[in-house]
Design a binder for this molecule. Structure first.
Ligand SMILES: [Zn+2]
Length: 307
């Protein structure tokens, strides 16, 4: 991204947050990183960023592959550990997606819990279920409270680059979860969008199952972070959607990374992003421990809004 483009979109985020300040609102963010299994230089790099920025990350651990070296490292670092399925194997629609018998998924989730308890101790992790590949079947999602989970955090994948080409980002609004409230749709032209593009709906929310998803910032074809311009554009959209009322303003915006496929440039993009988000009074990067635990945030997670 050219310096001027970067400056422009950073200024836009700044002006948007100024609007939040005017009404006394604070935009909330949280950081989740997936696929932790062992102590690696990449994981240590992640913790370096987390320490530098003073952020408590939610680390989604794959129980079956996780080892004692990971458990040892986590005793020296501050993070909130979540359960990332069982062994991260791909089936027809992911490990916990449609197409697998419910009993098999239940068995795998409980095997995962037992392994997490052994590695980190029952108090050493938070019972949040992170489905591998962002796929979760409705019958399994409905079972989560019975299985002892406090909530679920899946992912939202952006396909803007595939739709419009990396240089060709237009002001087309792609509603997360492909759902859009009519009053918000009516506002799109006022907000400067040229149009709206929705797709196949992922699984709907279920009452009694707190759900807080995160945007997958990886470009899986290129095996690195999405271009900085797309990440900033997405955050700007999310902020605007909240201010326009189509998403509860208190609902945190989840930022999802995958430390094992990030290079040094990616870490620097991420650090700069956190610096930007931490530099405005109307923006707060929450500790991952807070996002499912705070009753105020729970309201924003539980209500009937689609995203
Ligand atoms: Zn994963």
């Amino acid at each position: 991204m050219y310096r001027t483009d970067r400056q422009r979109i950073q200024n836009e985020i700044g002006s948007e947050l100024d609007q939040w300040s005017k009404v006394g609102w604070v935009a909330k963010f949280f950081w989740r990183d997936d696929d932790a299994v062992t102590d690696t230089p990449a994981l240590r790099r992640l913790f370096q960023v987390a320490r530098d920025k003073g952020i408590t990350v939610a680390l989604a651990v794959i129980p079956e592959q996780a080892d004692a070296a990971l458990a040892r490292l986590l005793t020296t670092e501050t993070c909130c550990v979540w359960q990332h399925g069982w062994n991260h194997r791909w089936y027809e629609r992911g490990e916990f997606g449609d197409g697998r018998p419910l009993e098999a998924m239940k068995y795998d989730a409980l095997s995962g819990q037992r392994r997490m308890d052994q590695l980190f101790g029952p108090q050493g992790w938070q019972r949040i279920f992170v489905p591998p590949f962002h796929e979760i079947a409705m019958p399994f999602k409905a079972l989560l409270p019975v299985l002892g989970y406090l909530g679920v955090s899946a992912g939202v994948q952006r396909r803007m680059d595939q739709l419009f080409g990396p240089q060709g980002w237009q002001r087309i609004f792609v509603p997360p979860f492909h759902e859009i409230a009519m009053p918000f749709k009516a506002l799109l032209s006022v907000l400067g969008y040229l149009g709206v593009s929705a797709g196949v709906p992922p699984t709907p929310r279920i009452e009694g199952v707190p759900e807080l998803n995160a945007f997958d910032f990886m470009d899986w074809k290129a095996k690195k972070l999405l271009p900085e311009s797309e990440i900033y554009a997405l955050i700007l959209e999310e902020l605007k959607s909240r201010r326009a009322g189509s998403i509860p303003a208190a609902r945190p915006i989840g930022l999802l990374t995958h430390h094992l496929v990030m290079d040094e440039q990616d870490w620097s993009v991420l650090s700069d992003l956190f610096s930007l988000l931490q530099s405005h009074e109307a923006s707060h990067v929450c500790s991952a421990f807070e996002v499912f635990a705070s009753p105020k945030l729970q309201d924003a997670i539980l209500d009937g809004f689609p995203h």
